[in-house]
Design a protein around this ligand. Structure first.
Ligand code: F0G
Length: 392
């Protein structure tokens, strides 16, 4: 395996400390070579580490990540006019989001460098996941969060796992800039944002699991985009699975952003050279990001796969969250409902099998329930009062 620059094509030998291109400073990607694929013939075990032959490090710290459910949603599929709609429920991961897939790999790399501390900027889930894996590995966790903009469940996780938490008076993009500067100055602090190409290697395993479960690739995979690490990782996973000869064709990648936090959608529409919006805002705080570090990789995933990217409003996100919970029993956080909201808004042409990635568990953000219609009443402790409620 080598490292490869997505912007200028520069190539580097494997180096767990190298996260940006030395000549153009763009994010790097792990590139598997022919011999890596030749070696990867048998997959054994469970979850993310079942795919160890395709990962850049050996298993060390695990909490049982991966192997999440791929749920066929027939009722919702009928409503949306999709013959086979699946939800890949990443809330079933140990800390309740897809971040665990990457963190188990990233922490192993951190340990291999002799780091004493790990750090990340986060809208919440990365910090929750990193704090848990750092605790398990006996490392110090430092998390930089946008003050007042992280959902309660996620903050509770970082607190309970004993992370050092900096509430930054700024947004995620400010936190990201600071943590990158810090880790470049402090060699003993290992950076675990999705700027870290090794962490993303863990996240690509979602694609392998989907293909194995379906016995092929879906027609389209729909997911929310924030810093855009996940869409890049999953697209890479599909390409590697095809390279192994396990699937004949690739799915269309469909990336969804919140209307007021949609820099990647804008870049694709305007074909602009950069990717940034000022003051991003959305109820889906997980994807409240204005300057996504992996935007180039995300643009490539959408364009190369013949997919698309689009936006949904906060109202559409909350409605989709409630619909998924009520029709399919799946409780996801607002960002994770964005794909369903998008499918309600836009009909994807020529697709039969669609997989939506529900990136995080609904319990992460209990305050989102404030927006749902409530069937709850304070009653006297009598059966008659309860019967009246049942009758509605
Ligand atoms: N969905 C959820 C629930 C997330 O937490 C995130 C990102 C995304 C989608 C977007 O993924 O950044 O790879 O495009 N959360 C990061 C965090 C930014 O800090 O937890 P992405």
């Amino acid at each position: 395996m080598i490292l490869h620059c997505v912007a200028c094509n520069a190539r580097y030998r494997q180096d767990p400390m190298l996260h940006a291109c030395r000549s153009c400073a763009s994010p790097l990607e792990v590139l598997l070579e022919d011999r890596d694929f030749d070696r990867a013939r048998r997959f054994e075990g469970r979850g993310v580490w079942r795919f160890e032959p395709l990962l850049p490090v050996k298993r060390s710290v695990t909490l049982g990540e991966g192997d999440t459910g791929l749920h066929l949603c027939e009722r919702l599929g009928r409503r949306l006019g999709i013959p086979r709609l699946y939800v890949k429920n990443e809330g079933e991961n140990p800390t309740g989001s897809f971040k665990d897939r990457g963190m188990t790999v990233g922490i192993a790399l951190a340990l291999s460098t002799g780091a004493r501390a790990v750090a990340c900027a986060s809208t919440g889930n990365t910090s929750a996941s990193m704090s848990a894996y750092a605790a398990r590995a006996g490392l110090t966790a430092l998390v930089l969060l946008p003050a007042g903009k992280v959902a309660g469940g996620k903050l509770a996780q970082a607190v309970l796992h004993g992370a050092r938490i900096a509430q930054i008076e700024g947004n995620f993009d400010d936190a990201m800039r600071l943590v990158v500067e810090l880790s470049s100055q402090e060699r003993s602090v290992y950076l675990l944002n999705s700027l870290n190409p090794y962490r993303l290697e863990g996240q690509k395993t979602l694609a392998f699991e989907v293909c194995e479960a379906l016995g092929g690739s879906p027609d389209a995979l729909v997911l929310p985009m924030g810093n855009a690490g996940n869409i890049s990782a999953i697209w890479k996973g599909f390409r590697e699975w095809r390279r192994l000869g396990r699937i004949p064709r690739l799915p269309r990648m469909v990336g969804v952003q919140a209307e007021r936090a949609a820099p990647i959608v804008r870049t694709l529409r305007e074909k602009s050279a950069g990717c940034r919006v000022e003051n991003p805002e959305t109820v889906a705080t997980a994807i409240r990001i204005g300057a996504p570090v992996n935007w180039r990789k995300a643009v490539a995933a959408v364009v190369d796969s013949g997919g698309e990217a689009g936006t949904v409003t906060d109202g559409e996100i909350l409605k989709a969250q409630q619909e998924l919970a009520r029709t399919e029993g799946l409780f996801v956080e607002p960002a994770s409902a964005a794909p369903i909201a998008y499918l309600r808004k836009r009909r994807l042409k020529g697709v039969r099998t669609v997989v939506c990635v529900a990136t995080g568990h609904g319990l992460k953000d209990p305050d989102a329930a404030e927006h749902a219609p409530v069937k709850m009443k304070r009653v006297k402790p009598t059966l008659a009062a309860i019967r009246r409620l049942l009758e509605g």
